[in-house]
Design a protein around this ligand. Structure first.
Ligand code: PEP
Ligand code: MG
Length: 571
């Protein structure tokens, strides 16, 4: 029987494919000794053969993978037969082991934890391998239980990946040549899974309750613009998927840089990047600069603060791709969904409202100043025009403090992200103490609506079209105009949240007074094509229509009705 699932579309695209379900995470085996003991010889053999099977499977996947994924898989394959891990587990089967004989599954679990702890205590490169050990441990336990391996399923055929949500580690092995669409029952439209889908240009629907129960191998039709998933696609859906292929080709002509409205008004389109590799791709995609360099992504797998030299190298890798162009670099935004062991406290009751972003300067003083020094050195050694900004600024005092730190480090242009409603409402004061603002609409939406951006059931609240969010964006731009008048210096406001990648919303943002838009490079051609069809005056009219709407849906519908190009391009 045909079934339809409704979620939130995060990347347009219409695709038909067969579903592969992401296996559930491996549950921890019960602790404590096995009553009556275990047959240590037989169980030891089971552990050894499970570890060999896992190693063989990983090696096979590495052989057919490329790029980063190949390296990750090869490193993990090595770990699978690690003697410390396997021998340690076998010892725990013995009745004489501390605490008595464990089951094979439990023995592998505990031995894996011990190896990971040892690696972590060594620090540096070794500490970073701890995650690989825990991944391998889960795979061996799954093998012992006769369950599918955790992580993204291996497949020779392209498939539609269905999952509750993806963990950051899973995304490293997501091969866009194999995964043709992503559907999740959880996650929000601004979760990092959604951001990854946009970066890969992967048609994606999140927060579609029920998709986790679609049978493996079932054929589905995914509409990433409408946010729907349908089983048993018919001729109508096959025609729509074929039409999308033609529309996608129209956008594939790409973006040549120099984004302008129909009246010639320039609105530079910049890219959101995390690494030098991303930056190279962004430059090739025509980005006119970088509007958000998320520095925390260079360091997410680190247990310790990166050294000055490591930081200079990481920033240089991005700066060198944009010689003579603007690069807005954001200082570490650790916390909430991006914990960093050397900065954030994993036990906070409300991490999204906790010590995150700029606030970590209060609990770990010195890290921010050292990062600014590294940024300043990389800026000096490269041709790019470097702007620096702090995440999670909430007050004028914080803005003034950050600006002072940045200028002390020798950086010329220092700004703030506006992602806390208090900053949006007080931007006139804040921008008298900072050179520019960049709206982080992902967090601004989460905090305006009091809705965790990671939660699927709250996805309808995590929508930047919500009237409250649009009014906060307007307040930020109005405050910037007042600060510009008061100081006699232009105080530009950009947008670097996912809202900038929605072509219809991009038009509204320009109408509200935003001067640059920063997005995943994949989104550049569509935003460019749509903005080229309107003048500044028309953008202002669209903004007025959106602000006047009582609901997110009404705002979106009113604006879309005035932009026929969206339907022509299948957006
Ligand atoms: C945002 O909050 O909109 C933003 C760009 O930052 P991040 O998504 O990294 O939190
Ligand atoms: Mg943010």
């Amino acid at each position: 029987m045909m079934e339809q699932f409704h979620g939130v579309g995060v990347t347009p695209g219409r695709v038909i494919g067969r579903v592969r379900q992401m296996p559930a995470p491996v549950a921890e085996p019960a602790a404590g000794p096995v009553s009556g003991g275990v047959d240590a010889a037989a169980e030891g053999e089971r552990i050894r053969s499970a570890s060999k099977a896992v190693q063989a499977a990983l090696k096979a996947r590495a052989a057919s993978a490329s790029g980063d994924a190949k390296g990750v898989l090869e490193a993990t394959a090595l770990m699978a037969a690690d003697p410390m891990l396997v021998k340690g587990a076998v010892k725990l089967l013995d009745a004489s082991a501390d605490g008595g004989a464990r089951s094979a599954e439990r023995a592998v679990w505990e031995s894996g934890a011990a190896v990971a702890d040892k690696l972590k205590s060594l620090g540096g490169y070794m500490a970073e391998r701890a995650t690989d050990v825990l991944d391998v441990r889960a795979r061996i336990v799954a093998e012992l239980r006769g369950l599918p391996a955790p992580g993204i399923p291996a497949s020779d055929e392209p498939f539609v990946l269905a999952a509750e949500d993806l963990a950051p580690a899973d995304t490293a092995t997501l091969d866009p040549a194999k995964v043709t669409a992503l559907i999740t029952s959880g996650g929000g439209p601004q979760s990092h899974t959604a951001i990854l889908a946009r970066a890969l240009g992967l048609p994606a629907v999140v927060a579609a309750a029920g998709v986790e129960a679609i049978a493996d191998g079932a054929e589905v039709y995914v509409d990433g613009a409408a946010g729907t998933v349908q089983t048993e696609p018919g001729q109508h859906e096959r025609d729509a998927a074929a039409a999308w292929t033609t529309q996608a080709a129209a956008l594939a002509a790409g973006f040549a840089g120099d984004n302008r409205l129909a009246d010639g008004h320039a609105v530079p389109l910049l890219a959101n990047v995390a690494t030098g590799k991303d930056a190279a791709k962004a430059a090739a995609a025509g980005a006119e600069g970088v509007g958000l360099l998320r520095t925390e992504f260079c360091f997410l797998d680190r247990d310790t603060e990166p050294t000055h030299e490591e930081q200079v190298a990481a920033y240089t890798a991005v700066f060198k791709e944009f010689g003579g162009k603007k690069v807005v670099i954001r200082t570490l935004d650790a916390g909430a969904d991006k914990p960093l062991p050397f900065l954030t406290n994993a036990d906070e009751p409300n991490p999204a409202l906790g010590v995150r972003g700029y606030r970590t300067d209060w609990t770990s003083p010195g890290v921010l100043a050292r990062q600014l020094a590294a940024i300043a050195q990389a800026a000096q050694e490269n041709e790019a025009e470097i702007w620096v900004m702090a995440p999670m600024i909430a007050t004028t005092d914080e803005a003034a403090h950050f600006t002072r730190l940045a200028k002390d480090a020798g950086l010329k242009t220092a700004g703030v992200m506006v992602e806390v409603p208090s900053a949006a409402l007080t931007s006139a004061h804040i921008l008298q103490n900072a050179d520019f603002a960049s709206l982080g609409t992902n967090d601004l939406t989460q905090y305006a609506m009091a809705a965790d951006r990671m939660l699927g059931p709250l996805a309808h609240l995590n929508d930047p079209w919500q009237p409250a969010v649009l009014h906060l964006i307007k307040a930020t731009c109005d405050g910037a105009s007042a600060a510009s008048a008061a100081t006699g210096t232009a105080k530009p406001v950009g947008v670097c949240g996912e809202a900038a990648a929605d072509p219809a919303l991009a038009a509204v943002l320009v109408g509200l007074g935003v001067t640059t838009l920063s997005m995943s490079p994949r989104a550049l051609p569509a935003v460019n094509r749509v903005l080229a069809t309107i003048t500044v005056d028309e953008a202002r009219q669209l903004a007025a229509a959106a602000l006047a709407a009582p609901t997110a849906e009404a705002a979106r519908d009113a604006v879309r009705a005035s932009l026929p190009i969206l339907d022509e391009l299948g957006l």
